[in-house]
Ligand binder design. Structure first.
Ligand code: UFG
Length: 332
């Protein structure tokens, strides 16, 4: 591969999925270049390639990055991702996830960088009318977070028509697990995601895990989600990059395992893997939680040749447990 195809700008490369992406890019012979403002990211997680600290819409800094080295493609992981917060403070979500992304895209075009891989979300679909959720499912996001992701997909489409942007949108279902080598893991401040909270309870860092509702129309009454390992998400990015490098255009892909697990099943699996007690407390439903989200990923399998390796919840949780056990205080 020619050198100018090797540099990948990873925006949000100090975060949970972005940092692991950098490790995978590096293993595959690419050079990740990280741009992260470290509001949610961790400096300790940036171990591969150059690091620039700043916002994704800092056009002076982007000018510097794009002129200091040729950039082949931009991977964009830098979004605010708390659904509840997005309902209470929509302004910062539209500002960071949409307006700042728009400035990033404009800067890319100004510097003739036209390959873009965007971390989208199953939250763009809203309340499912059909399970499993395929790419053609109606897109009716029910919170600002989901709307920001859908808006960026639409902006990227408009930039393709107007400016020749080649892009791939990867719609993650529930990202989970940790680096199988135990080097990187999930450390959000504050943490709101189920698996890390359950593992904190197993470690005794929290007295119990709250279950948000047991009266959903599911087998055990708790919500069902499709958990997908960050290794499988990173592999999908590499395949999408290959597709862009071969000039095979863009696309939009749902990335899930096609299997749903309930909140109770997640807790039971974590108990088995950790061998620890996990106390549960049943509480009210959390606003905006659909009962069941399960993805159909046939398109990614057929067009990208994607084949998830972590298809069992227990294997996903095991990697997360290994990291949490070794890093009870996260990256601190
Ligand atoms: N849950 C609990 N107790 C908790 C935390 C979560 O019962 O303490 C339940 C939730 O109600 C939900 C399930 O566990 O049913 C998973 O919740 P997460 O918060 O881990 O993840 P979400 O399903 O809310 O994920 C959503 C979207 C993603 C999006 C993500 C953003 O599905 O697309 O929010 O953080 F990326």
């Amino acid at each position: 591969m020619a050198d100018n195809k090797k540099n990948i700008l990873v925006v949000g490369g100090a975060g949970y999925i972005g940092s692991y992406m950098c490790k995978c890019l590096s293993k595959e012979g690419y050079t990740p270049i990280v741009l992260d403002n470290l509001i949610y990211g961790h400096r300790q997680a940036v171990k591969w390639g150059k690091f620039y600290q700043g916002n994704l819409d800092d056009t002076d800094l982007l000018d510097k990055i794009f002129t200091e080295q040729p950039i082949f493609a931009v991977f964009h992981f830098a979004a605010y991702c708390y659904v509840g917060e997005s309902v209470e403070k929509p302004g910062i979500y539209y500002e960071n996830n949409v307006a700042a992304t728009l400035r990033l895209l404009q800067s890319m075009i100004d510097h003739d960088v036209r390959k873009f891989i965007f971390s989208s979300s199953c939250a763009i679909f809203g309340e499912p009318v059909q399970i499993p959720i395929s790419e053609t499912h109606p897109k009716n996001p029910i919170n600002p977070y989901g709307r920001t992701k859908l808006m960026v997909e639409q902006i990227a489409d408009d930039f393709s028509h107007a400016h020749g942007l080649e892009h791939v949108c990867l719609r993650y279902f529930n990202a989970a697990g940790a680096d199988p080598d135990g080097e990187l893991g999930e450390d959000h401040q504050p943490e709101t995601h189920l698996i890390p909270l359950v593992l904190d309870a197993a470690l005794g860092k929290r007295p119990s895990i709250q279950i948000f509702g047991d009266d959903y129309p599911t087998e055990d009454g708790t919500c069902i989600r499709d958990y997908i390992h960050i290794e499988d998400l990173a592999q999908a990015h590499l395949l999408a990059l290959q597709k862009l490098a071969e000039g095979r255009g863009g696309g939009k892909y749902n990335l899930g395992n096609g299997k749903g697990y309930s909140v109770m099943e997640v807790i039971e699996t974590a108990k088995k893997i950790s061998g620890r007690k996990i106390l549960c407390q049943m509480v009210e439903r959390r606003a905006g939680d659909p009962a069941r989200l399960v993805g159909a990923s046939q398109k990614a399998k057929e067009e990208l040749g994607w084949k998830p390796k972590f298809t069992e919840l227990s294997d996903i949780i095991e990697t997360a447990w290994n990291w949490h056990r070794q890093h009870p205080d996260g990256y601190k």
